[in-house]
Design a protein around this ligand. Structure first.
Ligand code: SAH
Ligand code: F3S
Length: 481
């Protein structure tokens, strides 16, 4: 693999990995969650063996792939606009092929091919290894589609090509699919049953990243705390495992421990945690290792126990609060972020107030907040009326966003006059003279460049802050270097 350092529009140096001798050009775009971005790297790797190198210029592509998100209607509309754009380019460049990957491919199946006729290929999240065959079908003028979901595909044997990487931070997926069936969520339908990837292949991928100079890995899954490897098979079939398999099973706490021990000079993050599956053992492992970041993304969705039940979340408001108390005791200073949905069917003003008061209780550092968007096929869409008026959803969302702003500012202020460890990721967007990185708690930190370089772990004294950013000055290297 040859590495090409390119300057992108923001002037950040990016690494594009290309394979010598490849002559065809792949333009691949990703929308939605980190898992989609990670999957696109797997797809690019599969296509690198088929003669394709990636390009950032749509107009010169032989193959255009879009990895899609179905989580909210708006996400789907964004992808539709992109498909229109690709088709406009295709008019000028008729040899170009267009394929749709990911959740929309899985949800809409043959619709893009047969009814709408706007793509050449449709590939669901578990069928990426079939892309070389599907491309042959496209060449032969046939509709190419594979949306079969798998019980065991984890792509553990594929070494991903890092796309537009800063060469420092990377995602490594550890589970696929989700078994939770939250009533609002389309993911279990588009990404299938939950599977865990073999620990050895996870560690090998991390070893490879370490040898190439990467310094931070985020372990990815829809629900990482539910990770369980016992020699193959679905999580839900663990009961049927042999005694030997049970004795040698690896859970999330053990996996984190293994990673942190294997690479003491690398930072580890993980996403996403589901409150119902997050156990104390994981918290102790985070507390034990300085190289596991003090940051937990812990979606709550609602602060009302009644709404949580309607959402089929497997915990109450009080259980969530108890978990947060445990996090704060076991990992002092740990930052916590949320996902919240506002305006779920039947949500009253009182339920909304419960969400606001829970936010005050937790003092979230960050948040990802959304108005409820009904998704076809989900249990909520089938059984419940989307009865909270749009303007009420909007107003409640604004109140939640405003409160989060206030909490975020309060939480960034706590770092004032402290010295924090930062991994330098890139040049700051606002100033060429400053580096940008994050501290363990996942807050962005900017500071004058001096003689430091991308990939250095640096101690930074914080002098100022905004809602989302800390501003400081380096005081020297940290002992993570
Ligand atoms: N466990 C997953 C959650 C995936 S969906 C993870 O790894 O992040 C991400 C977030 O989108 C959810 O936590 C939820 O807050 C939001 N979301 C999911 N379905 C939604 C819907 N129908 N309307 C609005 N927001 C939704
Ligand atoms: Fe969706 Fe709930 Fe799984 S939000 S991804 S069904 S944990």
């Amino acid at each position: 693999m040859e590495k090409i350092i390119e300057e992108n529009k923001q002037g950040t140096s990016l690494v594009l990995e290309n394979k010598e001798g490849n002559s065809k050009k792949l333009f691949i775009e990703s929308y939605g969650c980190a898992m989609n971005f990670s999957d696109s790297e797997i797809v690019a790797s599969i296509l690198a063996n088929e003669g394709y190198n990636t390009t950032q210029k749509l107009e010169e592509a032989d193959l255009v792939l879009v990895n899609t998100c179905s989580i909210r209607d708006k996400a789907e509309q964004t992808v539709r606009k992109r498909l229109e754009k690709y088709n406009a380019v295709k008019k000028i460049n008729p040899g170009m092929k267009v394929g749709v990957l990911g959740c929309m491919a899985e949800r809409l199946k043959s619709q893009f091919l047969e009814q709408e006729k706007i793509v050449d290929m449709v590939v669901g999240p578990d069928a990426y290894k079939d892309i070389p065959n599907l491309l042959k079908e496209v060449d032969e003028g046939r509709d190419a589609i594979n949306v079969i979901l798998s019980k065991d595909e984890t792509y553990g044997d594929i070494s991903p090509v890092r796309l537009l990487s800063n060469g420092i931070t990377a995602f490594v997926s550890i589970t696929r699919g989700c078994d939770n069936m939250c009533t609002f969520c389309v993911v279990p339908f588009t990404r299938g049953r939950e599977r865990s990837r073999e620990p050895q292949s996870i560690l090998e991928e991390i070893n490879d990243l370490a040898s190439r100079g990467f310094k931070e890995v985020t372990l990815l899954g829809q629900n990482v705390d539910s990770y369980l490897w016992y020699g193959g098979g679905l999580k839900k079939d663990f009961e049927k495992a042999t005694e030997m398999q049970k004795a040698t099973a690896v859970d999330f706490a053990q996996l984190l421990d293994m990673c942190a021990i294997a690479h003491p000079k690398m930072r580890f993050r993980f996403s996403t945690s589901n409150p119902q599956d997050m156990h104390e053992e994981v918290l102790h492992i985070i507390a034990k290792h300085p190289n596991i970041c003090n940051y937990i993304h812990l979606p709550v969705q609602s602060g009302s126990t009644r709404i949580l039940q309607e959402m089929n979340r497997q915990h109450t408001r009080e259980e969530y609060m108890t978990l947060v108390d445990k996090i704060k005791t076991i990992i002092p200073g740990c930052s916590i972020s949320q996902d919240i949905i506002t305006g779920f069917p039947t949500e009253t003003e009182e339920d909304h107030q419960d969400t606001l008061s829970l936010m005050e209780y937790v003092e979230y550092d960050f948040g990802y907040m959304f108005a409820y968007s009904e998704r076809p096929g989900t249990l909520a869409a089938r059984k419940m009326e989307d009865d909270v008026p749009e303007e009420v959803k909007k107003r409640r969302l604004q109140e939640i966003v405003d409160l989060q702003q206030k909490l975020s500012h309060k939480r960034t202020s706590r770092f004032l006059n402290q010295t924090v460890e930062v991994l330098i990721e890139k040049t700051s967007k606002r100033s060429d003279a400053h580096w940008s990185g994050r501290n363990s708690e996942n807050v962005v930190v900017v500071f004058p460049k001096e003689n430091y370089k991308v990939g250095d772990f640096v101690m930074v004294k914080i002098n100022d802050c905004t809602t989302a950013t800390l501003i400081g000055e380096a005081t020297g290297y940290s002992d993570m270097n």
